[in-house]
Every structure is written in structure tokens, then in C-alpha cells.
Ligand binder design. Structure first.
Ligand code: SF4
Length: 475
């Protein structure tokens, strides 16, 4: 009997898709569609687009429908962030087709997509760009062009010189500043939303501050002008009237997308907790940026140690040197702008952790050199925070391989050591919101009790065999 190939086989899936170059001569005829995990990061990146004369559409936040589009057009059994990010692309391409009446060929000609490659762990390396191309091609947008950078902010394979968009130093600096500025506005929301006398007025003030910062960032002299506008913004935010109340402190961690989406990608988790009477420690993306640099430096150290030739050793030494520059640059730029906005004056908690210290704390329970989805950092955070906060949420995307090992696996041991840690592990699948948020409400209820106990000086019970662990890792 001869076996026939099924009719539905898409051979491009196995042979690879084409990603044609967007040429400089077409720069003015093409529009960049882009988004960056959550609204504020893409909002500030508009400044770069405008200064450099690109036509662009900021796609903003992820929405619930993205996960459905991702599932419908994407490959089965992917993790939730792939569904959300690939789904947003196809949702928007189909929307543009419907709203403009343009043919699919014309859309392929007139638009490109810019975004991160999503490589948050070793598990799905390379899958994001392929998946983006898969959904676009499957929906009929044949050879749609993608500008996808990995966490080194380079496209792989490299973009040729004649391309209209380069991942050059200018873009890298602007991308870094965009996420730092977005962090400060997120810190402001975490500080004011639960405590403001008038929540809506406070949120409106934050939006006005975002506009002020963007206008300044659009200037060619932005490096000189940003500290000045941040000083003004800091004072405006400090003038927002606050209630004199105490709220339980909640810390959220987990895989980068699920932790930092601040939109439907994680059920708007931080906003939900704040609106239900908790204070949430901000999810600082710049810290994730510094983790990325630190992780790569560690990786390079190992490669240097085991290099098979002097040439290979030299390669990793140069790589390590470059990573140290970018690691320090993120920290220095963050500290420089933090000084200008001075988040303490409006109650903002902006301290970044020293990721090397966190790694040390967690290393005994989860090897620091296993770099999947920043798992070792999450263990360090749980130990560090066990006696400092009232609730600890570990967010894991549906289908996430490293996060399953950490949230459901190693963290069980940590809870055994620190039974008072009000720990909750949740899985973001894009749906099932009511169930997940009701579990979060239960955690918050316990957190309120825990806060009272802390105020009354009730000492937590700790497994005495683990008391030698250092818990002083704030910079
Ligand atoms: S770490 Fe998890 S969410 Fe991230 S790519 Fe890997 S499996 Fe997906």
C-alpha cells in the first residue's frame, strides 16, 4: 500500500519561509507595524520612528483576541507568549485588509512588522520568527517582511546595508531609553493607582506626563533634554493627593511576557491587584535587560573556559567585553534618569535588584547556569522576599517549559522552607480569567491578614537548616 501525503501539508513549514529585504529606496512607501510586550514601551519608541522619518503604526497592547488568532493560525502546542505575539500580527494584518480594502499582495508590499524575537529561554529559540512567518504566510500574506531582533538586538541573519531599517547603535539606545521611560511611568502607576484620592484623575495625570516625555524624546537633543522633563514630571506626580493608608505588599514574578505584559497577556494582573486593595511592586523591565546582559556574560565565561582554540577564546572574550558594556549601560542609564525623576517623591519603588546577588541566593536550589526563562532569579526572589512582602505570585505562561519546572517544581521546596510565604502560582492561558483572578483574590485576602501579622510583630516560621541564606540583595 502506498502512503499518500495528506493534502493539508504546508511544505514551507519545513523548508523555511522567505523574508525579503525592505530596501532603502522604498523607505517612504512602507509602514512599520510594531509592538513591544506592552503599550508604554512601544509608545516611547514612537520618538525614534518620527526622528528617523519612518511611517509607523504603533499596535499598542496585546488583547484577548490575540491568543485566539495565534491558536487559529499558528502551530499547535506552542507556549502562550508565542500565541499572543504571533496572534497580534495576524489580527492586525487581517484588520488592515478589512479596513482599507487593500489586497493581500498590496499589504505585503506596503507594510513590514518590527518586533522582538521573544527568546526568553533556550526552549523556543528561533521559533518565534518562524512562527510569525508561518501565521502571515498561512493567512495568505505571502513573503510578508519581518524585522525581528533577538535579545542582542541584531537580526539573524544580519540585515544587508541597503536595507531601510538597521538595528544600529541609534536604535539600540532608543530602544533602551524607551523601556526605561516606560518603567518609570509603570512605577508611577504602581505608586499612585492604589493610593490616589482620585484614581481616574491620577491616571489622567500619568497619561499627560507620558505625552510630555514623548514630546521631549522626539527632539534631536533628547539626551540633553530628558533629565529636565523627568524632573518636571517627578514634581507633577508628587503633587497627586494620596490617601494615608497601608496596603499589603505583593510581589509578582515569572516568565518575562507573563510577568511584564501589563495587559490582557497576563489578565492585567497588577492593575487587578491594585484595584482590589493591594500595592504591587513594579515589574521593572530594565532589570530584565540587566539580567540578559549578566546571563550572557556568564555564558561567555564558560565558553572562554572550555574554548577549543585561541581563536574561539578570543571570540568569546570580545563577546563578553561587549556584553559587559551593554549590561553596565542599562544600569547607568536607568540610574541617571531615576535621579532626575526621583520616584521616592511620589512613593515609587524603583530599586533594581542586583541580579548577581539574586542568583547567589537561589543557586543552591536551582543552578544559576540553567538559563531558561530566568528561573534561577525567581527562586532567589522568593527567598529574598519571604519575610518582606505579604503575597508572592509566580506567573507562568501556558505551555512554558522552564516556568513549569520552577513555579510548580522548585518553588515547592522553597515554600517548604518558608511556609509563611503567601505563594501563588498561576498559569496564563489567555482565557479562564475568572478562575485565575479568583485565586488571586484569595491570595490577596491572605496577604491582608499577613500584613496585620507583620505589623503586630508575629515572627515567621523558617526551616532553621536554611537560615544561613543571605537576604540582602538590594543595590
Ligand atoms: S520560557 Fe516559556 S514562555 Fe518563554 S519561550 Fe520558553 S516556553 Fe515560551
Amino acid at each position: 500500500m502506498t502512503i499518500k501525503a495528506p493534502k493539508t501539508v504546508q511544505t514551507e513549514n519545513w523548508q523555511g519561509y522567505k523574508n525579503p529585504v525592505w530596501h532603502k529606496k522604498d523607505k517612504k512607501n512602507v509602514t512599520i507595524l510594531y509592538n513591544m510586550i506592552e503599550r508604554r514601551k512601544s509608545f516611547f519608541l514612537r520618538a525614534y520612528m518620527e526622528r528617523n522619518g519612518y511611517n509607523y503604526v504603533d499596535l499598542g497592547d496585546h488583547v484577548k483576541e490575540d491568543v485566539q488568532f495565534g491558536r487559529e493560525w499558528g502551530t499547535r502546542m506552542q507556549c502562550n507568549p508565542i500565541y499572543f505575539t504571533a496572534g497580534a500580527i495576524i489580527r492586525n494584518l487581517l484588520r488592515i485588509e478589512k479596513e482599507t480594502g487593500l489586497s493581500k499582495e498590496k499589504i505585503v508590499n506596503d507594510y513590514v512588522f518590527l518586533g522582538g524575537g521573544g527568546q526568553c529561554g533556550p526552549c523556543r529559540y528561533g521559533m518565534y520568527p518562524q512562527e510569525y512567518m508561518k501565521v502571515a504566510n498561512s493567512a495568505g500574506f505571502k513573503d510578508f517582511r519581518f524585522l525581528i531582533f533577538n535579545s542582542d538586538i541584531i537580526q539573524d541573519p544580519p540585515i544587508p546595508k541597503e536595507a531601510a531599517f538597521q538595528f544600529d547603535v541609534g536604535f539600540k539606545v532608543n530602544f533602551m531609553l524607551s523601556f526605561i521611560l516606560a518603567d518609570f511611568m509603570h512605577i508611577a502607576e504602581c505608586a499612585l493607582r492604589p493610593y490616589a484620592m482620585d484614581k481616574e484623575a491620577a491616571l489622567k495625570t500619568i497619561t499627560q506626563c507620558e505625552e510630555m516625555i514623548l514630546e521631549t524624546f522626539k527632539s534631536k537633543l533628547y539626551l540633553f533634554k530628558l533629565p529636565g522633563v523627568l524632573r518636571k514630571v517627578g514634581k507633577i506626580l508628587a503633587a497627586v493627593p494620596r490617601k494615608d493608608i497601608k496596603l499589603p505588599q505583593i510581589f509578582i514574578t515569572g516568565e518575562i511576557f507573563a510577568n511584564m505584559a501589563h495587559n490582557d497577556g497576563n489578565y492585567n494582573l497588577r492593575r487587578f491587584i491594585m484595584d482590589e486593595g493591594g500595592e504591587v511592586l513594579p515589574g521593572i523591565f530594565s532589570q530584565r535587560g540587566s539580567y540578559e546582559g549578566w546571563r550572557r556574560i556568564k555564558e561567555a565565561e564558560r565558553k572562554i573556559q572550555y574554548a577549543a582554540s585561541p581563536k574561539e577564546k578570543r571570540y568569546w572574550q570580545i563577546y563578553s567585553f561587549r556584553q559587559k558594556i551593554s549590561y553596565n549601560l542599562v544600569k547607568k542609564a536607568y540610574a541617571w534618569l531615576e535621579k532626575a525623576i526621583d520616584p521616592k517623591q511620589f512613593g515609587g519603588k524603583s530599586e533594581m535588584h542586583d541580579v548577581a546577588e539574586l542568583a547567589k541566593i537561589g543557586d543552591e536550589h536551582y543552578n544559576t547556569l540553567i538559563f531558561g526563562g530566568e528561573g534561577n532569579i525567581e527562586i532567589g526572589e522568593a527567598i529574598y522576599y519571604q519575610d518582606k512582602i505579604d503575597g508572592f505570585v509566580s506567573v507562568k505562561p501556558f505551555g512554558c517549559m522552564p516556568s513549569s519546572g520552577v513555579s510548580d517544581g522548585v518553588q515547592s521546596k522553597i515554600i517548604g522552607m518558608y511556609p509563611h510565604l503567601n505563594f501563588l502560582s498561576i498559569e496564563t492561558s489567555g482565557d479562564n480569567e475568572v478562575n485565575i483572578l479568583s485565586r488571586v483574590s484569595m491570595m490577596l485576602f491572605k496577604a491582608k491578614q499577613r500584613m496585620k501579622e507583620r505589623e503586630m510583630g508575629v515572627k515567621p516560621v523558617v526551616d532553621a537548616s536554611n537560615l544561613d541564606i543571605i537576604t540582602t540583595c538590594r543595590e
